[in-house]
Design a binder for this molecule. Structure first.
Ligand code: AMP
Ligand code: GLY
Length: 427
């Protein structure tokens, strides 16, 4: 099979790395890919992944048998529909199904209609009405821009003033552009967060190993929100009973609801969960793999990813017949970022020690890197994900930080406490 991976971050490097292990894979391509992915795939520059037509033209020319879509923007643009119209099998939800991530108002409405547990909410297009609701409900309260805002359109306001300012910023000052024409205002949920991703063909769901992200920039969950500073899997908060509850009350009903609504959902569904005293509730759905959740979940997959993806994309019932196996160990990913991230940072610094980290048995997934002459240099906020697998989280943490310590670049920044919640539970 010729496989095309669409995207060029840490998630896509992990997808390409895992797909390359499949006996079904003959040739791998990536648009645009990155220097790390170049070890397993031919990286193609000059095509925008937001130009579905151009991507499909490339796929036809190179006899692609399976296209695997990483990020949300091409999905909400309808790249899967475009591939299918050209007779190319594609892993990921179609445009109408990707709305589950593309519009928070849609996703909240669906959950309300089908009784899927989530925070109570209201949708507003008028700033004055939104402010009146905020005053009525009081703080803490959560304000969300409706559309895609690169993970930044959510403000968890602990005071009334913060909440009112957030409504102004999003609706009046258009801080997130058109994504803020509508806002969702919702109840603050208290609990521990976890991510539960699943494979689905639109009928059957196969949960993956649970994981936990660290969204804040600095140790102790302090500082601004980021795309994710590190992850570990499995998440001990997701006990077998909690996974069962999430499967029965959230994953199965939402997949059935999407089918009922004429928006059959195929691909990877990511449920961001809050584990409350009343059980798991949905924080958000994403229409794709998580980044950096993928970096810890897929290394623990013992089965053939290409075969699973083909089954999901075909929707021919074969997913339910596969025996999908997972490691009973743990994995940890520590993100190395550019100093200053998530605000402004410098790029172009040489990275050393990548081979040394690999020699220690870590996987180093590239996120924001570039090639310059014969070296690899920093080229983004999140630069690398250093991943270690081991028998348990403690051992995986130790090994991942050994890898982190042998990699160097100017202004290297990372969190020192990845997986602290899991370690606290163990001790
Ligand atoms: P989202 O983009 O919807 O995942 O929100 C980003 C982050 O905001 C989540 O990962 C949570 O930490 C937090 N958050 C979102 N909604 C809520 C809520 N209703 N209650 C508490 N925290 C929330
Ligand atoms: N790690 C959070 C996300 O991928 O949305």
């Amino acid at each position: 099979m010729n496989i095309l991976v669409i995207g060029g971050g840490g998630r896509e490097h992990t997808l390409a790395w895992k797909l390359a292990q499949s006996p079904l894979a003959t040739k791998l391509y990536a648009i645009p890919g990155n220097p790390g992915m170049a070890a397993v795939a031919t990286c193609v520059s000059g095509i925008s992944i937001e130009d579905s037509e151009a991507v499909v033209a490339f796929a036809k020319e190179h006899a692609i048998d399976l296209a695997v879509v990483g990020p949300e923007v091409p999905l909400t643009n309808g790249i899967v529909d475009a591939c299918e119209a050209a007779g190319i099998l594609a892993f990921g939800p179609r445009k109408k199904a990707a709305e589950l991530e593309g519009s928070k108002a849609f996703s909240k409405g669906l959950m309300k209609k089908y009784g899927i547990p989530t925070a109570k909410y209201e949708v507003f297009t008028d700033a004055e009405a939104a402010k009146a609701y905020v005053k009525q409900e009081g703080a803490p309260i959560v304000i969300k821009a409706d559309g895609l805002a690169a993970g930044k359109g959510v403000i968890v306001a602990m005071t009334l003033d913060e909440a009112l300012a957030a409504v102004s910023d999003i609706m009046e000052d258009q801080e997130f552009g058109a994504a803020g024409n509508r806002v969702v205002i919702e109840e603050f949920m208290e609990g521990e967060e976890a991510s539960l991703l699943c494979f689905t063909d639109g009928e059957t769901i196969v949960p993956m190993i649970s994981s936990q992200d660290h969204k804040r920039a600095y140790d102790g969950d302090k500082g601004p929100n980021t795309g994710g500073m590190g992850t570990y899997a499995p998440a001990p908060v997701m006990t077998p009973a909690m996974i069962e509850a999430a499967k029965e009350k959230i994953l199965k009903p939402v997949i059935a609801a999407m089918k009922q609504e004429g928006r059959k959902y195929q691909g990877c569904l990511y449920a961001g969960l809050m584990i409350t005293k009343d059980g798991p509730k949905v924080v958000e759905f994403n229409a794709r793999f998580g980044d950096p959740e993928t970096q810890v979940v897929l290394p623990l997959l013992r089965s053939d990813l290409a075969q699973i993806m083909v089954a999901c994309a075909k929707g021919d019932g074969s997913l339910g017949k596969l025996d999908i196996e997972w490691s009973d160990g743990a994995a940890v990913c520590v993100v190395l970022a550019s100093g200053g991230y998530p605000k402004s940072y410098q790029k172009g610094y040489e990275i050393t020690g990548l081979d040394k980290a690999e020699a220690l048995g870590c996987h180093v997934f590239h996120a924001g890197t570039a090639e310059r002459d014969d070296s690899v240099v920093t080229a983004g906020g999140r630069v690398l994900g250093v991943v270690a697998e081991a028998a348990d989280v403690r051992a995986a943490v130790d090994k991942a930080y050994q890898g982190v310590n042998v990699i160097d670049f100017k202004d290297k920044m990372f969190r020192h406490d990845i997986a602290h919640r899991a370690l606290e539970r163990q001790s």
